[in-house]
Design a protein around this ligand. Structure first.
Ligand SMILES: C[S@@+](CC[C@H](N)C(=O)[O-])C[C@H]1O[C@@H](n2cnc3c(N)ncnc32)[C@H](O)[C@@H]1O
Length: 260
């Protein structure tokens, strides 16, 4: 086992694993960038719980449970059942909340990029902000894979642009006025371990913890959004900005809309 000597900001939580499958310098460079240790294998003495690894052409985040399985990457292909033509119809609670007249959207809490990518496939112009350098690395890899897809080339589309930093500050640096700012921060779960929570969200919560500065983020979003702020939250959570102007609810989720 080898490791870099720099201090790991993830406090012994995360390391980069060199699988040997990636013949470039990528794993070393990523470890350096994240100030995380670089390992060639994991054994019972390894203290970190999370690992970044290139497997099957994608950068993946794994925990010990996923070590021998695939791992989680930013999924760039349309979801099962989603129309594959571009732009896909603006259907469902998310699209309704974003609004038919909206063109430019800033996703200030991009995470795994699944909301951003669904909106991108519906033809919205997406600008993505993510403050976790780990998630930003996964997103950069995903957006790179998206850019290389045949349909993207055919339609001469560029992937969403990615800004790395805290949206509370980044939103004020925008050089354009977005029609809509979309927020999906992490709320505390109803139960400790929800059987319904997706593995991708569970792993995110375990790695990053709850987003405790949601109110400041909402305030920043309200200041810069041209037409509306949309907040995605679990149904049990209190609305982030008080009573919303509109709310689109599904079984487990709510999209609260605040007009300017
Ligand atoms: C629940 S996840 C978002 C999931 C995302 N909607 C998806 O479809 O995958 C929340 C993400 O927002 C990020 N985040 C929270 N507050 C942020 C802020 N102020 N600036 C930038 N990113 C933030 C967290 O790092 C985390 O990756």
């Amino acid at each position: 086992m080898t490791s870099t000597r720099k201090l790991n900001p993830y406090q012994g939580k995360l390391a980069v694993l060199d699988s040997g499958q990636e013949d470039s310098l990528k794993p070393g460079q990523l470890a350096e960038k994240l100030s995380a240790p670089l390992y060639h294998s994991v054994d019972k003495n390894t203290q970190e719980a999370f690992f970044l690894i290139w497997r099957e052409g994608a950068l993946r985040l794994i925990d010990r449970e996923l070590l021998t399985k695939g791992g989680l990457a930013v999924e760039v292909e349309p979801r099962k059942g989603e129309q594959r033509s571009w732009p896909a119809p603006k259907q469902g609670a998310l699209a309704q909340a974003i609004g038919r007249k909206t063109t430019v959207v800033v996703d200030a809490t991009t995470g795994w990029g699944q909301d951003s990518l669904a909106l991108f496939r519906m033809g919205f112009q997406m600008h993505c902000i993510e403050r976790s350098p780990v998630m930003a690395a996964l997103l950069a890899d995903g957006f790179g894979r998206l850019a290389a897809l045949e349909w993207m080339h055919k339609l001469q589309l560029k992937p969403p642009c990615l800004m790395v930093g805290d949206a509370i500050e980044e939103l004020h640096k925008l050089t354009f006025c977005p029609d809509c700012v979309f927020l999906d921060p992490m709320f505390p779960p109803k139960r400790k371990k929800s059987a319904l929570a997706k593995k991708s969200m569970e792993i995110l919560r375990d790695l990053l913890g709850e987003d405790t500065d949601k109110q400041s983020l909402f305030a920043a979003a309200r200041q810069v959004a041209g037409h509306r702020v949309v907040v995605k939250s679990p149904t049990h959570a209190e609305p982030l900005g008080g009573k919303p102007d509109l709310s689109h609810q599904s079984k487990l989720l709510r999209y609260d809309v605040y007009f300017r």
